[in-house]
Unconditional design. Sequence first.
Length: 338
Amino acid sequence: MFAIQSFSSLIENSNANLSNTSKDLLNGLKIFHENQWYICGNLAMSEGQLPHKFINSAPTDLDYQLLVKAALLLVSDTVEQPLTITTGFPYSTYRIYKDMATEFLRKTHIIEFDASTYSNSGKRSVILDVQNVEVIPEIVGCTIALRKGEHQAEGNFFVLSCGFGTFESVLSMESGIVEQTMVSTHGLKYAVNMMMSELEKSHYLGFRNAHLMDEAFQKGYIILNRKNVDLREIRRNVLRSYYNEVISPNLRNVITDANLMKSNKVYLCGGAMLYQDLVECFKNEFGEIAQLEFVTDPASLASKGYTLNSLRVSGGKKQSSVGLDIGNATTVVTTLTE
C-alpha cells in the first residue's frame, strides 16, 4: 500500500565532480538551489566533509528547503500532478512554522539536479505542481497512521514518539486528542551528545558533529585513531540517563492515574524505538500498568499518517497523495500504490 523512500537529513555545499559515485537517485542526490550545488542525504554522508542540518529547522532555512526538493524529486516519476502534500512539525514549533511551510510548499516547484552522480546524464530538471498542502503536528500524523493504516487501532490510546530531535506524547481518544497530554521535549540527540561528552574524555573526535556521531550510535562502534571503539555499553548508559532525565519526568503529567483510567494502551513510535535499551526503560516503568504496543517500522509512521491525510484531502486520489516527513536525522517521503 505504501511506497516509502528515506534518506539522511544532511546537506553540504559541493561543487565537486561526483560522476557515477552512486547506484541510483536515492543515493546520488545533488540539487541546484539558489545558484549553488548541494549534496543531500546519503551522498552527503559518503562524500561530504561536514554534512549538517539544523535541529527543528524552519521552512525558510536552507536545509529544510533542500530536503523538500530532494524528497519531491524522488517521487517525481511516480506521482500524478497536481499533488496534495501533508507534512508536519513537532508540537512545540507547529504553530510557528505552519503558515511558512504552507506558503513554501503550495506552488510549482522547478527542481534542478545533477543526474551524473548515478547515470550518464548531466544537469536535469523536473517540474512539480503542488495544489493542496496541510501541515499538522507530527504526533497527530502518527495517530492517523495508527488509526487508519495497518494497525487499525481503535478506542483510546497513548502515542509516544521519539526521534532524533524531539520526544512527543499525546493521549488519542475516539473523540479527538487530549491537549493537556501533548508533550514536546528533547529527542535522541540528547543521548548522542552525552555519548560524545563521554568519548571526549579519552578520545579526539575531530570535527564530528552529532549528526555524524548518530551513525556510530546506531552501529554501536566507531573507529578513532585507527582503533575500533565499542560504544554499546556507553550507548546503554546514556539511553538510560536520557530516559531518566528527560522522558520519564515529562511523562509524569501524561501517563497519570486519571489518564490510565481512560486507556492503558501505549504505542511506541519514532526511530529511537529501534534501540532495545530504550524500549527496556519504558518496560521497566510502565510494563506492569500499561499495555505497550511496538510499531512496525516506527521511523516511517508519521510519514504514513501524512500520506493518509493527503489521501483524504485529495478526495481519494492515490497517485497524487504524498506524505513528507522532514526529520532531524532522516527524511521520509511516502506515496500510495494501487
